[in-house]
Design a protein around this ligand. Sequence first.
Ligand code: NAD
Ligand code: LMR
Length: 331
Amino acid sequence: MPTSPVTVAVTGAAGQIGYALLFRIASGEAFGPDTPVRLRLLELPAALPALDGVRMELDDCAFPLLDSVIGTSDTDEAFRGADWALLVGAVPRREGMERKDLLSINGGIFTGQGEAIARNAADGCRVLVVGNPCNTNALIGSTAAARHGMPADRWFAMTMLDESRARSQLAAKADVPVSDVRDLAIWGNHSSTQFPDAWHATIGGRPAPEVIGDDAWLEGDFIASVQQRGAAIIKARGQSSAASAANAVIDTVRNVAQPSGDIFSAAIPAPPSGGYDVPEGLVFGFPLRAIAPGVVEIEQGVAHGEFARGRIRATTDELLEERAAVAELLA
Ligand code: NAD
Ligand code: LMR
């Protein structure tokens, strides 16, 4: 039976990720085959002609679930009534940069957008920040939105692409289908300090380290390849990941909006007693489980060894440095 339409705002909609994402949302992949979708697409004024071309292509697909499309450069109009806001619009890094080098370019975008979401979106709006550095951009956006009364627990930053990369690496090493690899959490920052936790992942229901049988690889090449995968793609393609990033957006939305009982990765503002000694408010990657549509809990009781604790400390320190660098935007 058809359900009420979901209103989805997507920023940077004429960009690379936007082009790989919108058609999949419109076809029902994010919200299910019975949920009509209203797309609200935000772009910079200079990109509106390109966005118009994207809108024409959306029309030409004649998607049965696509209720309406609005393209605009007006932030209030884009977020009006939004049930989901997917904040993709931001400058990507180039070869040789770290994602945090983008903070001075992109950070400011999220103050205005956070305020506009709080003023205009639907009461239960969920926000997924993709634009880099996504954890600290989500911190900036959620802080601005909180000044207008929006609870911070509505905000997510995307670490799902890292989870998919890590699952794919483990599946290849174990020579099993990727669907056998589960419970893989990304801790901390979507950056080269992230900690992909293979030690609590399972492969075919067994602990991943037992199946892999190569601790040196897990501690070395595995972690490094996941941490550096974004940079490797930029080097190879000359542009940052787009199709795989769009795929991770779909997976994140699906995991949050349609609880399955499975553990998945996303970064959220650390609650006061989040259980893992992460400073309150830092937007930090955790293993999450959706307990109701749009509501997640941090998986509790994950016991880390000394190696993992060191990695989690390093990624926490980096996020604290990023927070200090944008203190003016948080005041
Ligand atoms: P892109 O340059 O192809 O597209 C970005 C689009 O955003 C452009 O069309 C631009 O006009 C628009 N834009 C810029 N500022 C805007 C604003 N204030 N409001 C609305 N639109 C705005 O870049 P892309 O490849 O689509 O990547 C977008 C962002 O996503 C980058 O910051 C990139 O680093 C990041 N990213 C994150 C992940 C992740 O896993 N979290 C993965 C891939 C890419
Ligand atoms: C990625 O992980 O592919 C994105 O964050 C893009 C980047 O800059 O690496």
